[in-house]
Ligand binder design. Sequence first.
Ligand code: WT7
Length: 637
Amino acid sequence: MSNMKISSFEEYHQVYKHSIEQPEEFWAGIADNFQWRKKWDNVLSWNFKEPNIKWFEGAKLNITENCLDRHLETLGDTPAIIWEPNDPTENHRVLTYKQLHDKVCQFANVLKNNGVQKGDRICIYMPMLPELAIAVLACARIGAIHSVVFGGFSAQSIADRIKDAECKVVITADGGFRGTKDLPLKSVIDDALVQCPSVKRVIVLTRSRTPVSMIKGRDVWWEDEIKKVETQGNPECPAEEMDAEDMLFILYTSGSTGKPKGVVHTCGGYMVYAGYTFANTFQYNPGDVYFCTADIGWITGHSYIVYGPLSQGATTLIFEGIPTYPDAGRFWDIVEKYKVNILYTAPTAIRSLMSFGLDPLKDKDLSSIKVLGSVGEPINEEAWHWFDDHIGYNKAPIVDTWWQTENGGHMITPIAGITPTKPGYATLPLPGIQPVLVDENGKEIEGNGVSGNLCIKFPWPGILRTTYGDHERCRLTYFATYENMYFTGDGCLRDDDGYYRITGRVDDVLNVSGHRIGTAEVENAINMHSSVVESAVVGYPHDIKGQGVYAFVVSPNQHGGDAELNKKDIIMTVQRIIGPIAKPDKIQFVSGLPKTRSGKIMRRILRKIAEGDTANLGDTSTLLDPSVVDEIKAGAL
Ligand code: WT7
């Protein structure tokens, strides 16, 4: 396993060169560090035109044998998962590799007893509990395709995802705890399932013991099903033999148009990429305690709480709660309690904790920390330095990891302690990754001290293979903008040292607290409200969230004439349609939107107004009605 780790900056350069010159030889060498039932016939075949990308074709494996079985002999009694509850007075839990293996096998048998077969899609909507990781791994064990939906999505969003993937089973919990909030998960699922005839079974874990409806013939309790497996007396569940290119999971993510897409990752390539990047970026050493604060409902949790760490025999910490509960010292309590060595979090969390000052850090011993990581959005220099000074004591390298749901794992990032860092920079590509900057015409911009749109010109094992049920959408979104390149949607600069700095999305996608939100999606939700004629959503700089959601709304006939109440109604509508994570931070009622004569909304102008930069709005002469701009400017929030 450790053969994959780069140990010096010189070695990084050598390995990088080799990975570009001989990509197949390079990745075959990395893949040799994993356990295959049968090795591949062909390392890579690809074109970005269709696209059609296959890694390790002909190989057979099961990712759970790599994450569990292969560690049993050497690491059987080593903690695989440490779980810290939302409420610090509740007992924590530790699952060794042996225990996790047994629980995954048991629950895989539960799935089988409930009719789940290889290739079936399973929706998972659960709080951050070990059972969430167990459910994910149990699916992978038997070749079922998981689609984890983050607990902050509404019934409608869940229904859309379940219908798109035609899920047969839902795995959920009665409820969950996050900070002071109780999440009524089963009740949200019940609302979603009104629209979802494909779902034949709902498996409900007991967590909050809030009252729930259990529908005869459809809903079963997790614990009862486990008991049945126990009385059947066979705790083992042999792993299904999967083709490298069989689907492992679907994860929905937002884009610039329409409904979220189901990003598809496959077994072999994803495993290799998640494992390789975990081992290298964080320089994980045996015995280290690793804490990633993301939710398993996002790709970060898939790759860097579950699959990456477990494939490397790491100890991964799962935290149920939030950084500010019961107070803003919670992360530091956890670091101290478990002597966390590697902490991987998001700029929004850092900025939020910064805003509480240094008091919550008093008397907290963070000396165990060796490596810090950041993910989800560009990290501003102030947050970077605060993290470095107060959490890493200036001795823990910060890895600012740039990547996307579609990438499966880290793409451009420092390697901890090896790549010299620079605040705000994701620095250099990992081996095998070939970033290019292109201009609007798709022409590659060479040399240093330049900026452009970020593309990748060669496949890596973790690249998405398709978007579920709609391959054309995958082609159009990622492979059609620039010929023979994967387009990331991000702007980027490459400085004089060849270091990369991501400057943010260049499409109509917002990044709110590290969550990707499509402006079109939010507009669609706002437009569902009965009094709304039309709307336009843009981002604006937000101190904590990075970007906030600013909505310009045309709503001439408001109920009761109370604008504030009508704003609340609109927010409630968005919450119902998408979920609380997409709620607008600001709503400005306007009499019309700035449009060109052809009817296109001029978002550039709205963005400037939302940013408070109204001095220079550029050319407005092409507008159908330039006077609306003055009105909008005057009413800006
Ligand atoms: C988008 C991907 C990948 C896990 C979390 C988000 C932005 C992500 C960074 C970073 C600057 C970043 C990009 C990217 N992003 N990490 N270190 N520096 N920007 O996953 O929801 O797929 O969003 O997040 O804009 O395109 P995601």
